[in-house]
Design a protein around this ligand. Structure first.
Ligand code: AMP
Ligand code: GLY
Length: 415
């Protein structure tokens, strides 16, 4: 079967690699792909949001299965269009993607179906929002409801900060017109539970943890993710089973009940609070960089898995024992401004998986071409070994303009 993967980053590289291990994937295309993906798939120069071009490519090439990586493609309705044309595609419809794109929708659904999450209220009026904040406690969590490209969450420590933020979000229309969801501040360890969902069928992937801050000890600005690992010793089997029953399965059933069944990856951003596991957010897609540490552990057939979900059947997934740990190499300056085009050497001697995030080929050499450049993922029997191996392998990569965190996975050893 010919398979098309939509997207270009490290997450797509991991998806392409998982598919390439399947006997059934006769040929893999990736739109638009990147310099690393090009080793496993034929990259085609179509933008991941150009639905009509993707559709006509899939038709003319006789693509049997399409897998969607980024939320941007989902948000423009690529799944709806492919299905209308009778093509098999892995991912949620535009309507089901609302679980990620609208915080108010996600919160209302959770309230209605009794899914554990932070208490909240939604406002469009600045004075009413301020009133609510004054009556509550600090810190308070202010989430802009709309397409704020991940910049819409502020944890306000003081009344002044809350007021300034609410002014920005509701009066200055700096983020566009919109609503604000104000949430109770929760504390605890965060983790990601991704599930394959096809209607009422829900199958868990190994639990992972992202590292969002740029520097060691969770210092510095928020990023797209500087590393991740599986398994998490502080998430017990009991925790997982609680989260599967009371969160993931319940939400999948709720979506069916609401007439917007979910198909694809439902990503639970969860927190283990002193009052139990609660939802911080949902995403309607594979997490990045969680996917890069989860999919290498897939031992069953990826084409069968994605196809089952695309057809609304219960998928089968088998995972390796042990642990994985991935360290992101990013351009100096990221997540702020950074320069591109620096030569990267030494990747051929790395004895671990490398997924490219932002690289390019220039004059026969591999060069940096993005904020996050690549992720090195080691697999081992224990997390400690995976951490040691990932650190040792990252050290083999030479590039004068890259930096990385050296404490990925450290939280696991506190427990
Ligand atoms: P979100 O975009 O909703 O995932 O929020 C971004 C980040 O803000 C999360 O990963 C958490 O670290 C933090 N956060 C969001 N909501 C809460 C909350 N209710 N309590 C504490 N931290 C939160
Ligand atoms: N790792 C966070 C995300 O994919 O949104």
């Amino acid at each position: 079967m010919k398979v098309l993967v939509i997207g270009s980053g490290g997450r797509c590289h991991a998806i392409v690699e998982a598919l390439s291990r399947s006997q059934q994937a006769e040929k893999i295309y990736c739109a638009p792909g990147n310099a690393g993906i090009a080793a496993l798939a034929e990259c085609v120069a179509i933008k991941d949001t150009d639905v009509e071009a993707l559709l006509s490519f899939a038709k003319s090439e006789g693509i049997g299965l399409t897998v969607v990586g980024p939320e941007a493609s989902l948000a423009v309705g690529v799944v709806d269009r492919f299905r209308e044309e009778g093509l098999k595609i892995f991912g949620p419809t535009q309507a089901a993607t609302e679980i990620e794109s609208s915080k108010d929708f996600a919160k209302r659904l959770m309230k209605k179906y009794d899914v554990p999450t932070a208490d909240y209220a939604t406002f469009t009026d600045f004075e009413q929002a301020m009133d609510y904040v004054r009556r509550g406690t600090l810190p308070t969590v202010l989430k802009y409801d709309g397409l704020a490209a991940g910049k819409g969450v502020v944890i306000a420590e003081s009344m002044e900060e809350a007021e300034a933020t609410l002014r920005d979000m509701l009066l200055d229309t700096k983020y566009g017109e919109g609503r604000v969801v104000i949430e109770e501040f929760l504390t605890g360890e965060e983790f990601s539970l991704m599930c394959f969902v096809a209607g009422n069928n829900v199958v868990a992937m190994p639990v992972a943890q992202d590292h969002k801050r740029a520097y060691d000890n969770d210092e510095g600005p928020n990023t797209g993710g500087m590393g991740a690992y599986t398994e998490l010793p502080f998430v017990t089997e009991e925790d997982k089973s609680y989260a599967m029953t009371n969160i993931m399965q319940r939400v999948a059933d709720a979506m069916v009940e609401e007439g917007i069944p979910f198909t694809g990856v439902l990503y639970g951003g969860l927190m283990k609070t002193p009052q139990g596991i609660k939802v911080i957010e949902f995403n309607a897609r594979f997490g990045d960089p969680e996917t890069e540490v989860v999919l290498p552990r897939l031992r069953s057939d990826a084409v069968d898995l994605f196809m089952a979900v695309a057809e609304g059947r219960k998928p089968y997934a088998e995972w390796s024992e042990g642990a994985t740990l991935g360290i992101v190499l990013a351009s100096k300056g990221y997540p702020g401004s950074y320069d591109k085009g620096y030569v990267i050497r030494g990747t051929e001697s790395v004895d671990a998986k490398i997924y490219h995030m932002g690289t390019a080929q220039k004059n026969g050499e591999l060069v940096t071409a993005g904020g996050r450049v690549m992720i090195v993922v080691a697999e081992a029997a224990t997390l400690k070994e995976a951490q040691q191996k990932a650190c040792a392998e990252v050290a083999k990569i030479e590039c004068e303009n890259l930096f990385h965190r050296s404490d990925i996975g450290a939280k696991a050893f506190k427990y």
